[in-house]
Design a protein around this ligand. Structure first.
Ligand SMILES: NC(=O)C1=CN([C@@H]2O[C@H](COP(=O)(O)OP(=O)(O)OC[C@H]3O[C@@H](n4cnc5c(N)ncnc54)[C@H](O)[C@@H]3O)[C@@H](O)[C@H]2O)C=CC1
Ligand SMILES: O=C(O)[C@H]1O[C@H](OP(=O)(O)OP(=O)(O)OC[C@H]2O[C@@H](n3ccc(=O)[nH]c3=O)[C@H](O)[C@@H]2O)[C@H](O)[C@@H](O)[C@@H]1O
Length: 453
């Protein structure tokens, strides 16, 4: 098929590369000229494992191209995907300006009927608004051919996006016209070879399914985090509880890892948007509000634990921070728990030595002042940042941090204490090596009895 993808972000680029991988001819339209220039050189403007190689391969074969001009992209496209951002607006609702701008542009440029598929996460009724905007612009130009609107929400996760896209658990296609279902069934058939999990439904149900999925996953995380807080009080290890409940198939082992809160571009904004949607409908979204409140609290726990440990005395304190991205495998810092900790530490005057395998560049842009005045030092070497540190805090569980040489680390640190924001370390082993250990919802190990949660 000939496919046009509008938006070269995490979703647009991964979708474009994976559609090209399946033999489609793809053109990806991006309004940011700098991004297009980077892409044209075969470089990925974002960090996503496996993406750059795919881009290079398909650029070379001519299966995949990039352009700034939508007119060029839609000339012969059978299907046009909209994959632009839908950030939080001021009141928490989804800001649809980018999606609607693409709709207007399509209406100004389309010369023949086609299938327009929305992949961005949008509130119920957006596809209908997009269709109206396109139709309105076409009518102004005296064009009266039809455009089929479909909704195809995306469920990929950053850090494993290629794999998630190539082997999806399911593909949801919302359309009120059988043509949309048929075209997308054909397009996705090779991705679903080993199982038939193409779920066809109406436009509105597809749009809502995406929000419900993200809200449910966020709820699981906030639930386990609340249990973790209770565990810490009751001298119970949440990790035992996680294994205990996860083995029940009805609960499952996924998304019940306690930690220092969920971040990213989607859970926070999508929970907010759903809350706003409920409010507009006059429904009290009690569960969603609690999910959000617990997450906000969770993001402050590591700082609280450090403050308790240092008895509020920050002068001359050096904190080593491992992991800045909101999760491993990405350079994305959007709503990352590390930012909440970093801001709090800088505000009390602590010195921070932070390490992340890929997100330091993006962070440096935001914190140039703290870097210039020497309060923040960034590195990609985990060992260099623990030198002279009074505490080591693990925020993002990159593989590089999973089995470090703690003996070496103990020798480098001023005080051997580990705050484990993702519960990845063996507490007993660390204590044996002379460390104090604090996890999230785990009994404190080592001398002082303070706990992280
Ligand atoms: N990031 C993720 O892991 C996932 C995101 N989503 C949803 O997908 C949508 C896109 O998310 P991301 O890819 O993260 O966004 P992003 O912000 O990384 O990328 C969006 C891209 O679209 C471009 N753009 C905006 N308006 C444009 C226009 N008129 N013409 C051409 N390009 C334009 C922007 O310059 C940007 O490069 C959002 O609705 C998000 O909620 C869904 C699943 C996963
Ligand atoms: O709509 C989206 O953008 C995407 O949002 C999430 O994907 P993503 O945000 O990329 O990453 P996740 O792996 O879901 O992690 C999100 C956050 O939750 C945290 N998390 C995750 C799982 C867990 O058990 N505990 C936990 O604290 C992670 O550390 C991270 O900060 C969903 O998992 C995707 O299905 C969805 O497509």
């Amino acid at each position: 098929m000939r496919i046009c993808v509008v938006g070269a972000g995490y979703v647009g680029l991964v979708s474009a590369a994976c559609f090209a991988e399946m033999g489609n001819r793809v053109i990806c339209i991006e309004r940011d000229a700098q991004r297009v220039a980077i892409l044209a050189r075969g470089r990925a403007p974002i960090y996503e494992p496996g993406l750059e190689v795919m881009l290079q391969n398909h650029l070379a074969s001519g299966q995949l191209n990039f352009s700034q001009h939508l007119g060029e992209g839609i000339k012969q496209a059978d299907v046009i995907f909209i994959a632009v951002g839908t950030p939080s607006g001021e009141d928490g609702s989804a800001d649809l300006s980018h999606v609607l701008a693409v709709a207007d542009e399509l209406g100004l440029l389309l010369e023949q009927s086609c299938v327009v598929v929305n992949k961005s996460t949008v509130p119920v009724g957006t596809a209908e608004r997009v269709a109206q905007r396109i139709k309105g612009q076409l009518a102004k130009r005296g064009k009266h051919f039809g455009v089929t609107l479909a909704s195809n929400p995306e469920f990929l996760k950053e850090g494993s996006a290629i794999d998630d896209f190539m082997r999806p658990d399911r593909v949801i296609v919302g359309c009120d016209d059988p043509l949309g279902h048929e075209v997308l069934r054909r397009l996705y058939a090779p991705f679903l070879r080993n199982h038939e999990r193409l779920l066809c439904m109406g436009l509105r149900a597809a749009e809502f399914s995406k929000y419900a999925a993200n809200a449910f996953l966020a709820t699981k995380i906030s639930f386990i985090n609340e249990m973790a807080t209770l565990c810490a009080r009751l001298d119970v290890d949440i990790e035992d509880v996680r294994r205990g409940i996860g083995s029940d198939k009805r609960i499952g082992t996924h998304f019940i890892y306690a930690g220092c809160g969920y971040g990213g571009s989607c859970f926070p904004k999508d929970v907010r948007a759903l809350i706003r949607c409920a409010e507009q409908e006059g429904i009290e979204p009690g569960i969603l509000r609690a999910v959000e409140a617990r997450n906000a609290l969770q993001k402050t726990l590591l700082f609280q634990a450090l403050r308790e440990h240092f008895s509020g005395y920050w002068q001359g304190r050096v904190v080593a921070l491992w992991g800045l991205a909101f999760k491993p495998g990405t350079d994305d810092l959007r709503e990352a728990p590390s930012l909440v900790l970093l801001d709090a530490l800088l505000a009390v005057g602590a010195t921070v030595q932070a390490c992340d395998p890929v997100a330091t560049m993006a962070l440096a842009e935001r914190y140039s002042q703290a870097i210039d005045n020497g309060q923040l030092r960034l590195s990609t070497s985990p060992y260099s940042v623990v030198e002279g540190a009074d505490a080591l805090v693990l925020v993002t569980e990159w593989k590089q941090f999973r089995q470090p040489d703690f003996l070496r680390i103990r020798g480098l640190m001023r005080m051997p204490i580990v705050f484990d924001g993702r519960n990845i370390y063996d507490a007993a082993q660390l204590v044996e090596l002379g460390f104090l250990y604090r996890g999230i919802g785990r009994p404190a190990q080592g001398h002082c009895k303070a706990s992280a949660a």
